[in-house]
Ligand binder design. Sequence first.
Ligand SMILES: CC(C)(COP(=O)(O)OP(=O)(O)OC[C@H]1O[C@@H](n2cnc3c(N)ncnc32)[C@H](O)[C@@H]1OP(=O)(O)O)[C@@H](O)C(=O)NCCC(=O)NCCS
Length: 280
Amino acid sequence: MDGSGIPVRQGMPLPFSSVRGTAGRRLCVQRRPPPWAAPAAAASNTWRAQVIRFCRAPGSRRINGMTTPYWPLAGLRLATPRLELRWPTPADLDALASLAAGGVHDPGVQPFANAWTEASPADRAQSTLQYHWQQWGAWKPADWSLNLVVVRDGEVVASQGMRGRDYAVLREVGTGSWVGRDHHGQGIGTEMRAAVLHLAFEGIGARYATSAAFEDNAASLAVSRKLGYADDGIERYFVSGRPVVSRRLRLDRAAWEAHRVTPVQISGLDACQSYFGYTQ
Ligand SMILES: CC(C)(COP(=O)(O)OP(=O)(O)OC[C@H]1O[C@@H](n2cnc3c(N)ncnc32)[C@H](O)[C@@H]1OP(=O)(O)O)[C@@H](O)C(=O)NCCC(=O)NCCS
């Protein structure tokens, strides 16, 4: 189903284009007769009715506002008790950009090695959009970066990323995240990290997950500690004109299992597994 509620079936050429109908509802509109349609059926039904039946056929899945059935990642969903993590629709991305413009952390701290949050609100919003578009276009099974929006009660409140390089062999993911400043300190950062860890270990068979945070980033380090990560050394960065120490953290499967407390449901993963370079 796309963002408008019309289900779309995967794996077959679509006989229609998608346009806006009344009240913003997206309609499937005939472009040419579908090759599988029998002439008798065509005589007794409008093409539009057939297309809608086709769209609602068993095996349909959500496409989440994308117009193509060839990007199953758009149908991936992680659900926790309070949150939904999903591939962003264009509207979700707008909301995320506005969230970034509104502030990601207190002025005076800089938690990112690439100090993108020091830009003006408008530039933060724009770079948020461009970052996502860039990562979408660059996706490869050998080098991917999954950037999900985090939605609570219908509102985009955070961004949760997970990255894999040579994942087929290494079975290791790295995570990165931020929560809109007005939503800090409510357990969202912990719950959304738990969600992608579940995707990594339970969904695509990870052996390790890594994270890193500057040594003054108490909240991020606390999230990692609660979820079972162990210290894994340091790195030093040049940030805003000064040296900064980053603490690397590593979580293995046994520690993940010992610390998991958040129930997480994954949907839409089957069609995506090869995109992560994952084979069982
Ligand atoms: C790091 C971040 C994602 C954490 O998200 P969050 O929703 O605020 O975190 P939670 O509410 O789940 O809190 C996690 C833990 O951090 C602790 N914590 C939060 N702020 C803290 C602070 N300033 N000092 C010490 N501990 C703090 C909380 O008490 C909680 O631990 P507890 O449950 O044992 O009490 C969020 O603060 C953020 O987006 N910060 C700015 C961007 C950032 O730093 N990103 C990560 C870069 S590595």
